[in-house]
Structure formats: C-alpha cells, structure tokens
Design a protein around this ligand. Structure first.
Ligand SMILES: *Cc1c(COP(=O)(O)O)cnc(C)c1O
Length: 458
C-alpha cells in the first residue's frame, strides 16, 4: 500500500479554541454590524479570515527570537535577514518595514505620482489603495481565464501580454512608473503566475524601459506551483525557482506575514542602489531607521528563519495539500468553488451559491455572515464591499466575481478543522434557497471600506 501523505512537522504547543451556540453567534454578528472584522476572536471557533500574520512559528523561529539584536543601527539581526533575502531573492539592497502596505507606502512615495497608470494582475487592495491615494490608476491586465471560475488554466495569475502592451503603448513612458506583478495573485484567487509569463512581462516592460515590481507576499507558494505545473521546472529546487523568478523583477514589496511565516513584518527589495537610497529617506520618515524599519531585531531574526522554512519543499507540500484538502471536500459536496485551487485559500463562488440575492445586497458578504452563524467559522468577502466605490463616479464597483474566501493560516489547523468547515458550508448549501435577503450599508469609509463597514439586513 502506498503510504498516505502526512504533515512535515509535529505539534509542540497548543492553544484552546472555543465553540459557541448559534443563538450566541446571531447576537454577536448583529452587534458586529454584520462585519466579521468587528468580531472578537473569542467569538470565533475556526478563523479563516486571513492567512496574514496568523501562521504558527517553528521552534527554530522562537529560538531565533531569543537571539534578536536590538541595537538601533546595524544590528546583527538586520545583517542576518539581509543575507537570507539576498540568498533567496538575489536583491542586494533591502529595507525592513512593519508590513506589506508599509513597503508599498515607502516605495510608491518614490515612484507614483498623480495621473500615473500602474498596470498589473488584479492589484491587491492595499496596493490599489496606495496607488489611488496618490491619484494614480491601477489597470488590471490579468488574463480573461482568471474571471471564469470554471476555466482550468494552470496559471490564472498570468498577465495578458496583449492587454499589457495596449496600456504601455497608450501612455507616454513617464506616466507608467512600473508594472506590478502579484505572486501569487491574491485578488484573483491565490492563483500563480508562470515563469514563462514573468519572463515575458519583464521582457516587454524592458522594451519600453519600464521597471517591474513584484508584490511577492506569496512568492514561495508561486514557486511551488511553477515546480508542479511548468514542465521545465519539475526537477528544480524551490529556492532556485524563487531566485530565477526574482531575476524578472527590478524591485519587490513583501508582506512577511504571508510567506515569511511571521506575525508581523515586511520589506522592500531593490536591485538599484539609487532607488534604494531614495526610498531610504521615506523609510526613515514613515517606518524607522534603515536597519530596522518597522521591525524589532527579534522579529527580523524570526523572519530570516521563516523565509528559509517557507522555501522548503516539504513545508510547501504540506501547506498547499491542506488547502487542496479543504477544496476537495467542498467539491465532493457540490459546493461551487474556484478551480484550480489557489495556494493559500479556497474561494467559494457566491453568485452560483446564492443566485437569488441581487448584487446590490452584497452576495458574498451574505454568505460570509451565514457561515459564521452556522458554525462560528470566520471567512472573508472578496466582492463588492472589497471592490469599493469608483473614485471618480462614487458608484459601487461590481466585480465580475463575488467570492467567499477561506484563507488557511500556515501550520495552524488540522485537516479535521478543514472537514468541519466543509460540512458547515455544505449545511448552508443544502438550505440555500431559504436565504432570501442580503445586506445594505449604513456606514462606510471613503477607502478600504470593507474593514470598518457597518451593515444591516436588507
Ligand atoms: C497582504 C498583502 C499585502 C499587504 O500586506 P500587509 O502585510 O497586510 O500590509 C500586499 N499584497 C499582497 C498580495 C498581499 O497578500
């Protein structure tokens, strides 16, 4: 008999989690204005709100914490991290920041100005926020297959070279500060970008003399998919794949809360010393001195070790198999899920799940609230709330897809937890026709409203 797949680690420390009753949850979610960000974690049994900063650190990371060097300037922890980043990404220069959006804030302060256009593959919400905050425009150039939830394409994060070229030719060079490639592409479902596409995008951008920036939060998961799905790389080591990926970028921003497997942290990587020096000024202004940015020495140590672990094949296999486990269970139940499965999350197609809810009543959010009430499982909405309003017209932007995202924290839950989540969703699926109404907004912020929006029943 072939040995079954099993995790590449065992558990050394545990944390209790608490179940609740349906009655309790109905009151809690009403008090939270039907926004799961307003729930206390004590009111949640299984928390799949995000895989960001929610991972479990290893014994080696915790021991690295104890060795943190808290010197203000030139701490050994800084050099340790610099060494690992250089080893894994090839970038010679780096700036630590407190998280990914801080890296965007610092880098975009140098590069993005009013009226600019920033093409990319489905920009992440904070990325888009930092672009639009500077009165510039993010243009989505993702391939069309990404918007078809049933299309079986191995690299749904890819950039459509035709779309990209038409943006690059429609604008004067100085209006396009860079092309941004998000790996894996979070907003289109944690979908990977192929090495072939990274190479082609870089080649095209170079022809127009435009730099390429990677939003690299899940670069290790992207490397794993390249190894699985791009024939040429089947026998290539994950770290070699990662390093080759980064040869097609001129700079990178990183949310270390994802593939750094730490609870807080981020950085910017640069090839060009001039750009690094310009960004250093903003880093000092917004984050901290250039050798710690927004991080303590101990955090930089934990991140250095986390990057090493995140690029190990056995870890990635455990991680991505667990996400697929959840996806397969849902598929067996007939629940409509996005395919192929992403690296960090499973996405439920809420439009197919609840076709009776009008888009004005926030279809995906309606399902998020149902799942919480059903089983105390916290998920997130990737739909109209997240898409915000059009900055010019002020109208709601209705995205092509309304998704419920089940983001799986790294090394935190067992496959039994995944089964629990799948059964909870299936229970709702079986009674889906009884859900007749969605929600309406009573209060919202002008930008990134999904974090704080207040809702009531429609
Ligand atoms: C999380 C994330 C960010 C922002 O990082 P934070 O650490 O949350 O500030 C940017 N881009 C992508 C693709 C992300 O997933």
């Amino acid at each position: 008999m072939e040995l079954p797949f099993a995790e590449s680690y065992k558990i050394k420390m545990v944390e209790a989690i608490r179940k609740s009753t349906r009655k309790e949850r109905e009151l809690w979610i009403r008090d939270a204005m039907y926004n799961v960000f307003n729930l206390s974690s004590r009111q949640v049994y299984i928390d799949l709100l995000t895989d960001s900063g929610t991972g479990a650190m290893s014994d080696l990371q915790w021991s690295a914490i104890m060795q943190g060097d808290e010197s203000y300037a030139g701490a050994s922890s800084y050099y340790r991290l610099k060494e690992v980043i250089r080893e894994i990404t090839g970038f010679r220069y780096f700036l630590p920041t407190h998280q990914g959006r801080a890296a965007e804030n610092v880098l975009f302060s140098v590069l993005v100005k009013e009226g600019d256009i920033v093409p990319g593959n489905s920009h992440f919400d904070t990325t888009k926020g930092h672009i639009e905050f500077r009165k510039a425009t993010a243009v989505d150039c993702t391939i069309e297959e990404a918007f078809d939830t049933e299309a079986e394409h191995p690299f749904k994060g890819n950039i459509d070279l035709g779309k990209l070229e038409s943006v690059l030719t429609s604008m004067p060079r100085e209006k396009i500060p860079f092309v941004i490639v998000t790996i894996t592409c979070n907003s289109s479902g944690g979908q990977p970008v192929s090495m072939e596409n990274l190479r082609a995008v870089h080649k095209m951008a170079s022809r127009y003399n435009i730099p390429v920036v990677f939003d690299a939060a899940r670069f290790a998961e992207n490397a794993w998919f390249i190894k699985q799905r791009e024939m040429l790389y089947r026998d290539t080591d994950i770290r070699d794949i990662a390093r080759e990926m980064f040869t097609f970028a001129d700079a990178m921003t990183m949310s270390s809360k994802k593939d750094g497997i730490v609870n807080i942290g981020g950085f910017i990587g640069f090839r060009d010393e001039e750009l690094y020096k310009k960004a250093s000024v903003y880093n000092i202004m917004f984050e901290g001195y250039i050798t710690y940015g927004g991080m303590s020495g101990r955090d930089m140590n934990a991140l250095a070790q986390g990057l090493i672990e995140a690029t190990e094949f056995s870890y990635l296999q455990t991680r991505i198999n667990q996400v697929a486990w959840l996806g397969n269970r849902l598929r067996e139940f007939g629940v409509p899920v996005l395919q192929p499965f992403g690296g960090h999350a499973i996405f439920v197609d809420a439009k197919k799940f609840l076709p009776q809810i009008p888009k004005e009543e926030f279809i995906a959010q309606t399902l998020v609230v149902e799942l919480y009430k059903e089983a105390g499982v916290r998920s997130s909405e990737i739909g109209t709330l997240l898409a915000d309003r059009d900055p010019v017209s002020g109208e709601n932007r209705y995205p092509e897809m309304e998704l419920l995202r089940l983001a799986v924290p790294r090394r935190v839950y067992t496959n039994n937890h995944m089964d629990f989540v799948a059964v909870a969703l299936n229970n709702i699926y079986e009674r889906r026709e009884d859900i007749r109404k969605g929600y309406k907004i009573i209060r919202e912020a002008p930008i990134m409203r999904h974090f704080t929006v207040e809702l009531e029943k429609a």
